[in-house]
Ligand binder design. Sequence first.
Ligand code: SF4
Ligand code: SF4
Length: 371
Amino acid sequence: MPLGGADRTVPTDGVKPSAATRALGLCREQGFALTGVCDARPTDRGDELRTWLAEGKHGEMGYLAEHLDARLNPDLVLEGARSAIVVADLYHTRDASPDVPEPGRGRVARYARGRDYHASIKKRLHAACDVLQGEHPGHTFRAFTDTAPVMERELAARAGIGWTGKHTLTINPRLGSWFFLGGILTTLELEPPPDQPAVEDHCGTCTRCIDACPTDAITPYSIDARRCISYLTIEHRSRIEPVYFERMGDWIAGCDICQEVCPHNSARPSPDPALAHSDYAPRGESFDLLKVLGWTAEDRAEAFRGSALKRIRLDMIRRNALVAAANAWRDTGEVAYLEAVRAAAHDEAELVRTTARDLLDDLDLPAASPE
Ligand code: SF4
Ligand code: SF4
């Protein structure tokens, strides 16, 4: 989930450039599009993160507060951590997978259209760790993805991968922002290679992501997760405030709008599709809303097998599909969507039932009588 803040590039005082070059080469062999190294000192942004948490902007993501000390200090994730090897794994290029929204279908954010990135990134980072461990037996290496309490966007900026945009995602000047971050913490001291770029913020006076966000979740360099469609559809496990219903449009799992409008994605040549890892080849960009509303536990398990979407419970994805179905009815007038919402007002699942009733209140329509 996006957090806030700008970053600075800070030189390291390492002494082993050849070890860094070797480590970065191993990561590139594993298919990562961008690589860099940096020091693993504690974060510069502790006060900012504490304030963000104190304001409750993390919503129901209590794990962000639970592991706060470790998030602020890599030494608590890997004792004696001196350096971080940071990688970016490209998952989308415009030329390879243009988006085509269709009426009656609920859209999935691009990062979740292929195989689960956690498994893919960890497997390849572990392979690099195994080689490095063999070459440096006196040192330790620990792979991280976004499941570990690491400030990966700050490390990415230090390592020359990209700057943190006003929408709080990392942007690379050449490849844009459609990538995952991961990396390896190590006790080895690594000096950035001479050709590792320094990162500057290229947002300038642009406000496109802020202006385009349908739920006004972005202030410069900070996100209120409670308002973000990505959070609401994937992390938020209870009722969604009706004020967001219409603004959620057809998104049922994540949202790509702030990345779509960013000129560093939309106004530059698309990166070479070959740079995107094959694990993220889209298996489907959307689901039929009426089918999702009728899903059983088995249907959900089958649809989300091997996908990062499996964190979305059955009642949550049906809740999200209901919101999108109500919006499909608003857009098309197709009565099947309204009937589906009315029927769900008597659903056995409380989250589905209450969402349907909230939607009907929002539309100023009565629920159908139970059969
Ligand atoms: S545009 Fe979408 S993903 Fe970006 S902050 Fe707004 S709601 Fe979240
Ligand atoms: S849309 Fe503009 S302000 Fe937002 S991240 Fe991209 S360049 Fe920065």
